[in-house]
Write a protein of this length. Structure first.
Length: 182
């Protein structure tokens, strides 16, 4: 009989999230539903969850750094992150853990990876999920990532999974997302 991975409980996750300095987010399959619409000229569209976007803006207002880490450059991602006011956007191919470490160093962000959480969905997210303080995957993530994740969201990627985690973050701080609306 195979051993089933034991994940953090929601209470444990809430307590741990209260002390993070940054949340690192994959894009395709986390902020989107993992689908990409491409026209004949190469024009692309992505489906971003609006509630995730609101929660990201409110989390940044609370002082949480949001870092976007995608192995695929996308004008749609650039536009959406600019719209949300996300300053830290990495869109490069390569080892995500290495790319994030290099970005933090280059931009003189005093953030240690053990004080970060990461939400991913696919096999290329495994190394970063292992290196951060809290590795999280969306409900519909690939099995290899679920094997190393500390927590699996209830929601699928692109359907409010980021908002779900940010609600736990605020709760852990004794706050609500609505505390940062205005």
């Amino acid at each position: 009989m195979a051993h089933k991975k034991k994940y953090l409980t929601k209470t444990q996750l809430t307590k741990k999230l209260a002390s993070i300095k940054a949340l690192i987010l994959d894009v395709d399959g986390v902020l989107t539903d993992d689908r990409l619409y491409v026209g004949p000229s190469g024009f692309e569209l992505k489906n971003f969850h609006i509630g995730d976007g609101l929660a990201i803006v409110l989390a940044m207002k609370s002082g949480l750094e949001i870092i976007i880490m995608s192995n695929r450059h996308s004008p749609a991602t650039t536009t959406r992150m600019k719209d949300l006011g996300v300053k830290h956007v990495i869109q490069e191919r390569g080892d995500k853990a290495r790319l994030v470490r290099e970005y933090l160093s280059k931009n003189k962000l005093d953030i240690n990876l053990n004080k970060t959480a990461f939400i991913g969905n696919d096999i290329m997210d495994v190394p970063l999920a292992k290196e951060v303080g809290i590795g999280i995957c969306v409900n519909d993530a690939y099995p290899e990532l679920k094997e190393v994740a500390d927590f699996v969201t209830t929601n699928k990627g692109g359907y409010g999974a980021v908002r779900e985690i940010l609600e736990f973050y605020f709760k852990g701080r004794g706050e609500k997302t609505s505390d940062y609306l205005w």
